[in-house]
Design a protein around this ligand. Structure first.
Ligand SMILES: Nc1ncnc2c1ncn2[C@@H]1O[C@H](COP(=O)(O)OP(=O)(O)OP(=O)(O)O)[C@@H](O)[C@H]1O
Ligand SMILES: [Mg+2]
Length: 499
């Protein structure tokens, strides 16, 4: 690299009480590069970003911009120095249009000069290589378009380091491609782009260099051409990892637990028919917007069917609320990280046991704390939840580790039917296989699972049968042996007709 780094961390450590989130971290970002950062859940990626953007101050070590030490007090100070971050959930004001959103924090006379502002907005949108009407109201934009608005806003403030923390986690494949194209465009324009992702394919497609961090420490920085996924995973996890996406043998029995016939919700989805046996995993594949989540919600009592029948445990299922669904032994784990249903201010242990407190009561009605701790600790080990103990409050865990606590909570309820929506989104590659194994163990013990996933390797690794949806319609239900990424994609995109 010929030039000086735009931004660098030199021996930066960050402690939260007893937790060492970062230790002696050294990393340089150069103009014009896309620099990917990978590591397991809780490795310290987001903490590092928060130090770069002035949200956290280093406990020790130095942050440099253009070779000179700086201290950034808050995100505003960071933006003034040209460092900005965008996250999964874009910060746009739904009632304002694209132009107003881009210049929301402009203090100059520009804000008053509407025509000049629109022209500037158009230039910025063009600079990220996009076409977007600058008069559109933000609430009508897709997530990807909202992210583009955020990026344009950062550009309007002369951003030199643009950080994206898991930006594509909630995007469709098409939108994710678009975002990566914008990231590349910006780098070609001289911006240093930092890209955090658990999707390794995307890292290899986009990045120039990749840094691996593990346990808050820097492990390696390489040109992508100098490494490969297997090496990278081994560096992330600290050991060799086998082929983690092999299909586990089916454990399906002959006992039908759930049978859905012609299920419809007017204007949402129609004529869905399938069954799930005890011991079986049915994976539901489709593009974002295929209405898979809505089918899950209808089975969970949160969306009222307008036609069709559901038979559950041999009886017609009549539920009208999630409470009734839970009482009937149906659990639904939401895909939405913001609606995790976790009590952020309470310890991990309580979050896992609260919904099933009666399991931990002694005959005298006292809580058996020992049993509670043992249960929570068991999930911590199995799911590799990165925390020194189970008394830590959930709000202090990294995003991926919160996701794992949520799964533990629902598995601990021991439902008969588990509906999980995007179970491993935001979860690191090392832990994905653990989640798959836990769900398989759950059905092998007599449960049944409906797994909604946009991750095709995951669909193929988990589904004994695979139901493909497109625009609210069921395209096919395939036996695992008859399914491939190509067949599923063809059905999900409508290139191949419903069977
Ligand atoms: N405000 C905080 N208070 C206490 N501990 C924290 C706080 N923020 C982060 N941590 C801890 O610091 C460590 C690193 O967390 P961080 O969020 O940086 O991980 P990450 O690499 O971004 O993980 P993920 O892939 O799950 O997003 C974790 O052990 C986390 O629990
Ligand atoms: Mg994070």
């Amino acid at each position: 690299m010929p030039t000086a780094p735009t931004l660098a961390l030199r021996g930066v450590s960050k402690n939260f009480g007893m937790t060492a989130a970062l230790t002696d971290m050294t990393l340089s970002l150069f103009p014009g590069e896309v620099h990917a950062i990978v590591g397991e859940n809780g490795a310290g990626k987001s903490t590092m970003i928060k130090i770069m953007t002035g949200i956290h101050q280093p406990s020790s070590g130095v942050l440099e911009i253009d070779g000179a030490p700086v201290s950034l007090n808050g995100s505003k100070a960071a933006r003034l120095r040209g460092v900005a971050a965008i996250y999964q959930e874009p910060m746009v004001f739904p009632d304002l249009d694209v132009t107003e959103n881009i210049f929301i924090s402009a203090t100059s006379g520009l804000f008053l000069n509407r025509p000049a502002m629109r022209r500037a907005a158009r230039d910025l949108i063009a600079r990220i290589g996009m076409t977007l009407d600058v008069d559109r109201i933000a609430s009508g934009l897709t997530l990807a378009e909202q992210q583009a608005v955020e990026i344009a806003r950062a550009l309007s403030q002369d951003v030199r380091v643009l950080i994206m923390d898991e930006p594509t986690a909630s995007l469709s494949a098409h939108e994710a491609t678009e975002l990566r194209r914008i990231a590349r465009h910006l780098a070609n324009d001289g911006v240093s782009v930092v890209y955090i992702s658990h999707r390794l394919e995307e890292v290899f497609e986009l990045a120039d260099r990749v840094s691996v961090i593990r346990d808050g420490r820097h492990i390696s920085t390489k040109l992508v051409g100098e490494t490969d996924p297997q090496t990278m995973i081994a560096e992330m996890v600290g050991r060799e990892v086998g082929n983690y996406f092999t299909k586990m043998p089916s454990t399906a029995t002959t006992e039908t637990l759930l049978s859905v016939h012609g299920l419809s919700v007017d204007g949402v989805f129609e004529d869905i028919s399938f069954d799930i046996k005890r011991g079986e995993i049915v994976a539901m594949a489709g593009l974002i917007g295929a209405r898979r989540t809505d089918v899950g919600l209808a089975l969970f009592g949160m969306l009222k069917p307008t036609a069709g029948a559901i038979t559950y445990k041999g009886q017609p299922l009549k539920i009208t609320s999630s409470r009734e669904a839970i009482d009937a032994g149906i659990a639904y784990v939401s895909e939405d990280r913001r609606k995790l249903g976790l009590a952020m201010a309470l310890p991990i242990r309580w979050n896992i046991s609260l919904a099933t407190l009666d399991k931990f009561l002694s005959p005298l009605g006292l809580i058996n704390t020992g049993a509670e701790i043992a249960t929570a600790w068991g999930y911590k080990q199995k799911l590799n939840i990165r925390t020194p103990n189970t008394e830590i409050v959930v709000g202090n865990l990294s995003g991926g580790n919160q996701q794992k606590v949520m799964l533990a909570k629902w598995l601990n309820m021991a439902p008969d039917l588990l509906i999980v929506d995007e179970p491993t989104r935001g979860i690191d590659v090392g832990a994905k296989a653990e989640v798959h194994a836990l769900i398989r163990a759950f059905v092998a013990a007599g449960g049944a699972a409906l797994v909604i996933s946009s991750d095709l390797p995951e669909v193929l690794a988990m589904g004994d049968r695979i139901l493909v949806m497109r625009e609210g319609r069921q395209m096919a239900i395939l036996n695992h042996d008859a399914a491939s990424q190509q067949t599923i994609m063809a059905l999900a995109t409508g290139q191949k007709d419903a069977a």
